[in-house]
Design a protein around this ligand. Sequence first.
Ligand SMILES: [Zn+2]
Length: 351
Amino acid sequence: MHTHLSQPLALSPRYRARVWGGHAFTSHFGRQLPAGLLAGKDPVGESWELCDFPVGNPDDESARTAVFGGLHDGRTLQELRHAYGKELMGDLRGNPATNGFPLLLKYLDASAALSVQVHPSPAYAAAHPQAHLKSEAWFIVDCKPGAVIHKGLKPGVGAADLRKALALNRDDAVVPLMQTVPVAPGDCHHLPSGTCHALGAGILVAEIQTPSDTTFRVYDWGRVGRQLHVEQALACIDFSGQPLPPATRAATGPGRTTMVDCEFFRTFHVRLAAGEALAAPDDRRPVAWMVIAGEMTASNGHRFHAGDTLLWPAAAKKRSAKAGSGGAAVLETVFPRHAGLQKNLAAGVHP
Ligand SMILES: [Zn+2]
C-alpha cells in the first residue's frame, strides 16, 4: 500500500527561556542554539521536542512541533494529522482536551531548581474545563553529584501544614515537608498529576508527559516575579500519603528496561550495542524515540544523534534503525491499548 508517511519524522525542537535554565543543550548534546536565542535575559531551560497544542494563549500556534528535513520539511504534526490521519496515527485517538497528539516530550535543563508545583488532580480537571491533567515522567539524562528531586509530600503532611510553611516563604520551612530523593543518570521518576513536586538543580531530564500546560506553582525558592497559585494547588495536591510509583532504573548493559507503564503512555529505555538494530513495535500506531546517547541510522539512511527526537508514523515501513559504532540509548514511548484509557477518554477525563 502506498503511504505518504513511509519515513521517520525528525522533529524540530522549540526552545524556551527559563529563569532556572542552563547550557546543557550545548554542553551535553552539542546542539547549536538558534542565533538570537541567548540574547534574552533568561537562559534556555526547555527544549520542546514533540508538542501538538497551542500553549498559554490559545491563538499561539507557535508551540506546535514541525518536522525538519525530508518530504514534509516544515510541516507541523497538526498539518500531518489532518492531511494523512490514520497513516500517522493508526487507531490512536488525539487528546480530547487539546485535540492534538496525545503526548508531550521535552528536555529540561535545570541549572537551578524549578518551582515547587502541582498539576491538576483528576477531580480538579473534571471540574475545571480549562485545567488539564499532566502526568509526567522524568528520565535523568545527566546530573551533578548530589542532585535531588522533590517527589511528593511526606506521609502525614496535610493542607494546613503546607499552607503554614508556604506563608513562612522559606526553604527551611517548605523542603522538610517534601520527600527528597537523590537521583543519578538512568533513573526515571513517574509523577502522576496531583503530585507536589520540584526538579532540583543540576539536572538534565527527558520529560515524557500528557499534553497540558496547567501548572500551579506554590513556592519559587525566594525568586520574585513569578506568580504563585497556592489556592488552586491546595485543591489539587494529593495529601493521601499513598506511596508514589517507585523509581525505575535503566539497565547499564544492552537491553530493554520498562521505565513507565501508566494508562497514558508506556516508556522503555533501550540500550544498544555497536551496530545493533532497534525495531519499533509493530503495533500500527505512532512510536516516539528520544535518542539520548550515541548515534542511530534509520532504515532510510537518516542519521539521528544524541538529543534528537523522531516519530515513526503508524504506516511507516521498516520502522527500524541501527546504532553507530559507539552504541546508542533510546527512550521509546508507545501508547497502551488497555481499557482504562479508553474508558477515561469516553468519560471525557482529560489525559
Ligand atoms: Zn511539573
